[in-house]
Design a protein around this ligand. Structure first.
Ligand SMILES: [Zn+2]
Length: 337
């Protein structure tokens, strides 16, 4: 989502936009502030503005991403090869192997974009060794790379890490900014949004959590669908697993949110399956806790099938954005696996 789509934080966003337009963006940034207010969105908007093929001035901003070109679309869906998001694993930490991998990759030229952007979300979850491993890179990042650390607990980072990053402090949103975001981006009804915002303490994230978007459950559902697809070609069984992906009982907008979260989990599992089936470096696996099970699945999912299924996920997410019905999208993707 471009800067213009982000609610609140106008001063910081225009600062970032100006720096990108003038080529003065510091290569290591620390976006700090309470959780659930849009820091990660801002990090993604930086990546989009740097790589958009149609970046242009927008509103009061010197430059902003278009939000529509293939580059913006892939970044928004989390499948752009040059925009890497590291976040805590199930253990709750970001491990040194994950960090070594992005440092290695940052030394190569971007694959298809202009700038490689590494987003470290919940950067305070970096283990101490990982923070130490980052010091040199944060001090002098490779020329085509930008590191964006995002944290609601910046004081938990080593002082040596903090001092190497330009800090940008994000404040809480007002209740009406929270409500507006819930309506516009998460399809809440107006009354539901106002009620949720009142309880959310200036944080969109807290309002969404209260609505029960459970990421662990999302991954479990995606995992079940993959296992089903690995075992059986029977379309009826797959369509059953697809229903599991959409869930039941929610409104149309809620179903859409639920499915999008599950499709992103599915894409992440497929990316790992692809790595395992080509025996690539397993240090960059995102779902390390499922490595054993995923390895067994490579018997059914060779590299080609993974690539095909991954691109089906990408197309399914794009279809959801175009308002295609969630059930139709889920059925389609289940049959493409
Ligand atoms: Zn664009």
């Amino acid at each position: 989502m471009p800067f213009l789509g982000i609610t609140g934080h106008q001063r910081i966003l225009s600062l970032l936009s100006r720096a990108i337009a003038r080529g003065t963006l510091p290569p290591s940034l620390l976006l700090a502030g309470p959780s659930g207010i849009g820091k990660r969105r801002a990090a993604v908007a930086i990546a989009e503005a740097l790589n958009c093929v149609q970046a242009r001035p927008a509103g009061a901003l010197e430059i902003d991403a278009c939000g529509k070109c293939p580059s913006c679309g892939r970044i928004a869906r989390g499948v752009h090869p040059d925009v890497v998001v590291l976040e805590p694993e199930d253990s709750g930490t970001i491990k040194i192997d994950q960090v070594r991998d992005v440092i290695d990759r940052a030394n190569y030229r971007p694959f298809e974009g202009r700038r490689r952007v590494v987003i470290l979300d919940d950067a305070d979850a970096l283990v101490i060794q990982a923070q130490n491993a980052l010091l040199k890179t944060l001090e002098e990042p490779p020329s085509a790379s930008v590191f964006v650390l995002v944290s609601s607990l910046p004081d938990a980072l080593l002082p040596t890490v903090r001092s190497r990053c330009r800090p940008l402090r994000f404040g809480e949103l007002t209740p009406s900014e929270v409500a507006d975001t819930l309506v516009r981006d998460h399809r809440f009804a107006e009354a539901e949004a106002r009620a949720a915002a009142a309880e959310a303490g200036g944080s969109v994230g807290r309002a969404l959590e209260a609505r029960g978007l459970d990421l662990g459950e999302a991954r479990a559902a995606a995992h079940r669908l993959l296992q089903q697809a690995a075992r059986a070609a029977d379309p009826a069984l797959r369509l059953g697993a697809a229903r599991d992906l959409v869930g039941t009982g929610g409104s149309g907008s809620r179903e859409r949110d639920h499915l999008a979260v599950r499709l992103r989990a599915l894409a992440s599992l497929l990316r790992d399956l692809g790595l395992l089936s080509t025996r690539a470096d397993t240090r960059s696996l995102a779902n390390t806790d499922l490595q054993g099970d995923l390895t067994r699945m490579t018997g059914a999912f060779d590299a080609e099938r993974c690539t095909r299924a991954f691109s089906a996920c990408d197309r399914a997410l794009a279809a959801l954005e175009r308002n295609v019905g969630p059930k139709v999208v889920a059925d389609w993707v289940a049959l493409q696996l």
